[in-house]
Design a protein around this ligand. Structure first.
Ligand SMILES: [Zn+2]
Length: 369
């Protein structure tokens, strides 16, 4: 199969008038376009997106009783908006629900390559920065939980934890077992944050939100996130979670090679529902913003394509870099170097966009989704 593109994202830039030849799900050649019959013509051709933080979508939330079918529904809801690969994300919950989620993820992974693994956002957080996480479920790690999340069948396991709740030797042990440790929902001092990075934590969850802020004598988690160039950070660019000014500051400090776009999407994303249940309360969508009845921000209804367009059009970051923040950068954080990029002998996970930047086609391993 051949896809001819007016603008092809190759490495860090768009290249004009290129044709991609795909066989058995992989790109086997890329060459300057010529007069020939091709199966698909697109304006822009970019890698499909990778979303590290997806709590739900299409009306479905990862919660008590979650099944493999629920996970597949969430994957499908986000595929429409360009996410080829996701980490379904379980917010702080009971051990029983963590077990159900683990079983659901293993089942979903047997059905699709789109589920890269799982993101446990909690429960090992700090109550002081819990956001909408349920206080009664926030706790320190148990041996049973540590065994559960290091099940090899889960694929990539990404965990958001607060360094003041989890000892550095536990962080080091998780990292040694292949778990990706991201810091967040934390009121830690910058010394505690640096110690967690020394122990192997590699980044930060939804930068700025639910973490100790930056002050001159007290740089906090935000200060370390902006200051440590080797670390990654996810960021929610829906203009409700983070001011565009602060997004730009993060981009300038960390660059597009360390800052990842995430949606933090709840069940409302890709759904027409205005009100959906959340534990014993509910979350309401109004003007693209999700809140609980007391007005707290409650995740987003952002899609990854909107995040990319917001980064490009409102933060005025070049389109190539905006796309890389949703593709190669999250892939690199996960250590999956065959994802999030276009190249020879690399699986053809691709999005076609028209000249107005609307998604027109999506291929996973060379097959239209
Ligand atoms: Zn969160």
């Amino acid at each position: 199969m051949k896809i001819r593109a007016k603008r092809l994202l190759l490495d860090d830039e768009f290249v004009s008038d290129q044709t991609v030849l795909i066989e058995h799900g992989k790109t086997i050649d890329i060459y300057p376009s010529r007069h020939e019959q091709v199966e698909h013509d697109v304006h822009y051709l970019v890698p499909s997106y990778i979303d590290l933080q997806v709590n739900g979508g299409g009306g479905v939330l990862l919660q008590e009783g979650v099944t493999g079918t629920d996970i597949l529904s969430v994957v499908n809801a986000h595929s429409i908006f360009g996410s080829g690969f996701v980490l379904p994300t379980l917010i702080t919950n009971s051990y029983r629900t963590m077990q159900q989620c683990t079983e659901a993820i293993i089942h979903a992974r047997s059905q699709t390559s789109a589920v890269l693994g799982v993101h446990f956002e909690g429960p090992w957080l700090a109550s002081a920065k819990k956001g909408i996480h349920i206080e009664e479920h926030i706790r320190a790690p148990s041996d049973a939980e540590l065994a559960l999340i290091t099940d090899k069948r889960l694929g990539k396991v990404f965990i958001t934890l607060a360094p003041e709740t989890v000892p550095v030797d536990v962080i080091a042990d998780l990292v040694a077992k292949g778990v990706i440790v991201s810091l967040g929902h934390s009121n830690a001092t910058h010394e505690q944050v640096l110690a967690a990075i020394d122990a192997g934590a590699t980044g930060f969850t939804h930068l700025y939100n639910a973490m100790s802020g930056l002050q001159g004598r007290n740089p906090g988690m935000v200060g370390v996130a902006l200051g440590e160039n080797s670390t990654y950070a996810g960021i929610i660019v829906d203009h409700h979670h983070v001011s565009p000014y602060a997004v730009r500051l993060a981009y300038q400090s960390k660059s597009y090679e360390r800052l990842c776009l995430v949606t933090d999407a709840m069940a409302h994303a890709g759904s027409s529902h205005e009100v959906l249940p959340y534990f014993d309360t509910q979350i309401t969508q109004r003007d693209g913003k999700l809140t609980t009845p007391d007005g707290s921000l409650a995740g987003s209804c952002l899609t990854m394509h909107e995040a990319v367009l917001n980064m490009h059009q409102d933060i005025e970051v070049p389109l190539a870099q905006s796309v890389i923040m949703a593709t190669r950068t999250p892939a690199n954080w996960l250590g999956l170097f065959e994802l999030g990029r276009i190249g020879i002998n690399i699986p053809s996970n691709l999005l076609g966009l028209n000249s107005e930047l609307a998604i027109t086609s999506h291929w996973r391993h060379g097959v239209l989704v």
